[in-house]
Design a protein around this ligand. Sequence first.
Ligand code: FNR
Length: 365
Amino acid sequence: MDPLFSPVRLGEISLAHRVVMAPLTRLRVNRPGKAPDALNALYYGQRASQGGLIITEATDTSPHAAGYPGSPGIYTAAQIAGWRLVTEAVHAKGGLIFCQIWHTGRVSHPSLQPDGLAPFAPSAIAAPGMHMDRDGQPAPFPVPRELDADHIAAIVADFAAATAAAHQAGFDGVEVHGANSYLIDQFLQTASNQRTDRYGGSIENRARFLLEVVDAVAAVRGGGRVGVRLSPFGKTNGMADADGAAMWDHVVAQLGLRSLAYLHLVEPRADQRSDVNALDPQAPDAAERFKPIFGGPIIAAGGFEPGTAREAIASRRADAIAFGRSFIANPDLPERIRTNAAFNAYDRTTFYGGDARGYVDYPFL
Ligand code: FNR
């Protein structure tokens, strides 16, 4: 029996197979108001499969959470109505869909903020290098504004409200985006968190924001419909930690106490910006390291191909595998994997922004 095509239970949800669509920012919600529409519903509906799980692109939990032009939101009635088109298209094919919810923190730009000022982050430390402005033009990362405790509490409440909104929109659950250098990751790691209050300093303090968000979200929807995504040892946008091994072990152990649907790990070997799959063979295997510490279901992502995915399931390092770039180019990816069919090649130039081209026009088998 093909290990990828055996059923699996993740908390409150049951999947017929283990080929998950990874969260993929496509920057195609370019209307004012950041509400998905029929084009976005077509895209997600194409990628739905009977008993398969889709995780949406990262979705803003508030206007201040935004870090990119064309990413969707889930904090207005129009956004909820737009997402309902998406969830209905996925459910019509028997699929399941979680909404990935985020706050981008310092990975933003004043032109993307509702007040035109610098974005908010744990500490006033700019990420190195270049980002983009509201027109998608290259712009240096700004020095962010340091969050005060009241604002931190408000952001936790925004995550809870986004979870309620996602429920209203018909989502089967939510995934808290704690990976890839965004706000939660910025709190976790010392490179971006130099706070001296209860949200900074010790590992326990730096983990506090993530755990407050997760507890608030789980209180709304139940932990069995909540996943968390982390990128342990990830270095995106200048992320680094003084003692990553101890910090990630603590964070994963704390999450393991919370009966969540799953922990979704971005493998540190993966580099989504290149076209190579196993860039760093020396990097630790996150699924292998953290599965026993977490204790619950693990979704692994990053540079998987059908063979390595089957091996990861068969060896019980992971319970499901998320595919990113190959799901962009192959709307029927689970069926192609099941039948050992060839994949369409992806076109990196249409990953971010634009229109239907490179979005809903990849051919089915
Ligand atoms: C991503 N990735 C990503 N991750 C995430 O947590 N939220 C997101 O919104 C996005 N957006 C995104 C857009 C694009 C165009 C790419 C290529 C990647 C990371 C993604 O989920 C996945 O971890 C990586 O693509 C690695 O998996 P693959 O592509 O090697 O299967």
